[in-house]
Design a protein around this ligand. Structure first.
Ligand SMILES: [Zn+2]
Ligand SMILES: [Zn+2]
Length: 132
């Protein structure tokens, strides 16, 4: 899917900054932090424009937030864009990269009376590049 269709599907106007963020996300192959995304677009947009666009895209569900721990937050493209369903994440303890895994997340059987709001799983280990 191209950047314009993604924005249109989320009822967002096409702006250079939004499209820039999407392009960075689509080509990265892993989840990125806000500052990593910003550094890829360095010099193209001012801080306020970037921050507003980023927030809009998170709020509209184009990006999903992955909280590894309280100091490490990454963003990936959401299901509506990638076609992936609710998926687990992988965190490499060597290079600190975070990846969206191409698998469905299966909820554990809950005790009676419990209900699920959200499902998250982060697998920690060593990525292919670091294992090589
Ligand atoms: Zn790694
Ligand atoms: Zn993900």
């Amino acid at each position: 899917m191209d950047t314009f269709s993604i924005l249109r599907n989320h009822n967002l106007r096409r702006t250079a900054c939004r499209e820039g963020i999407l392009k960075v996300m689509m080509t990265s192959g892993k989840a990125l932090s806000e500052s990593e995304i910003r550094s890829h677009l360095m010099g193209n947009f001012d801080r306020t424009t970037f921050y507003r666009s980023f927030k809009t895209m998170e709020d509209s569900g184009i990006l999903h937030k992955i909280v590894v721990d309280d100091r490490m937050v990454r963003y990936g493209l959401s299901e509506a864009v990638t076609g992936k369903s609710s998926h687990p994440h992988f965190y490499c303890t060597t290079c600190h990269s975070v990846f969206c895994l191409d698998q469905s997340l299966v909820a554990p059987q809950l005790p009676s009376g419990f209900s699920t709001d959200d499902l998250e799983m982060i697998v920690k280990g060593v990525c292919k590049k670091c294992n090589a």
